[in-house]
Write a protein that binds this ligand. Structure first.
Ligand code: NAP
Length: 261
């Protein structure tokens, strides 16, 4: 159904675990050459090895997205290894919890530095080669939290994820003449190592709040990211796709009770 992405060079940040690992493996499985980026070298290497073991092409890269020089080195590594950067999945993100009143300036800056500034730096680093090729696909990992919903403890996180979409809309306009699209996936609650850290009670309550009755899995998000990277999505830009099993839909708890009898 879709044209092949075989041989395309893909950078996935935050790919040592969770959603990023799923995205990297999904692109690897369709023949893309994947740069697996994380701060923890062993995690990045393990994911690259998984892709290679499955018959794909991948390299591990250690980089902190908060650092401009690391982002430049990441793009250089992709160009040296693959000769091209067709796709950037700017996925690295953190979600520590802090209620207002207890949230420090450092807490706020830390979330913004990774989730918003890190994304900006990764995108900026990829632009010269994408503009030169007059083609590119940028996929941001935002969230339902911030753009659509709120959750106690995540005022800073929600602000960072909503801000990503503000960035995306202007970036999509500026980059359209270069045939570069910028879109975002908005995951609901996805079973990842990061989510595990929030505890069993949180996970049970989230499962109960999803009309489909389950958390998402990383491939649910990876498939959406892959779609934005296809030729068939060439005319889609500045858009966000919610992948949440219907979590944001119920007007009230009664709506969920009504389908569960
Ligand atoms: P995760 O399991 O905690 O994995 C995050 C990955 O990002 C790790 O590989 C981590 O590895 C890397 N990372 C963190 N800070 C980084 C930095 N400064 N530079 C480079 N890499 C960094 O998280 P996840 O649940 O997969 O979440 C991934 C993305 O999805 C985030 O943007 C998150 O906000 C978003 N999201 C997740 C959910 C969910 O339910 N899981 C829902 C909505 C949105 P290192 O620490 O080794 O670098």
């Amino acid at each position: 159904m879709f044209n092949s992405l075989e041989g395309h060079g893909v950078i996935v940040t935050g790919a040592g675990k969770g959603i990023g690992r799923g995205i990297a493996k999904r692109f690897g499985a369709v023949g893309c050459r994947v740069l697996v980026v994380a701060r923890t070298q062993s995690d990045a290497q393990a994911v690259a090895s998984e892709i290679i073991a499955a018959g794909g092409t991948a390299r591990a890269c250690t980089a902190d997205v908060r650092d401009a020089a690391d982002n430049a080195a990441m793009v250089k590594a992709a160009l040296e290894a693959f000769g091209r950067v067709d796709v950037l999945c700017a996925n690295a993100g953190i979600f520590p919890s802090a209620r207002l009143g207890a949230m420090t300036e450092q807490d706020f800056d830390s979330v913004m530095d990774t989730n918003l500034k890190g994304m900006f730096l990764s995108v900026s680093a990829c632009l010269p080669t994408m503009k030169n090729a007059r083609r590119g696909r940028i996929v941001l990992t935002s969230s339902i939290t911030g753009p659509i919903t709120g959750y106690p403890g995540w005022a800073h996180y929600g602000a960072s994820k909503a801000a990503q979409l503000g960035f995306m809309r202007t970036a999509a306009i500026e980059l359209a003449p270069f045939n570069i699209t910028v879109n975002a996936v908005l995951p609901g609650n996805i079973a990842t190592e990061g989510l595990d850290g929030l505890g069993a009670d949180y996970i049970r309550s989230m499962e109960a709040s999803v009309p489909m009755g389950r958390l998402g899995n990383v491939m649910d998000i990876a498939n959406a990211a892959l779609f934005f990277a296809t030729e068939e999505a060439a005319y889609v830009t500045g858009q966000s796709l919610v992948i949440d099993g219907g979590q944001v839909l119920p007007e009230s708890v009664a709506a969920l009770d009504a389908i569960r009898g």
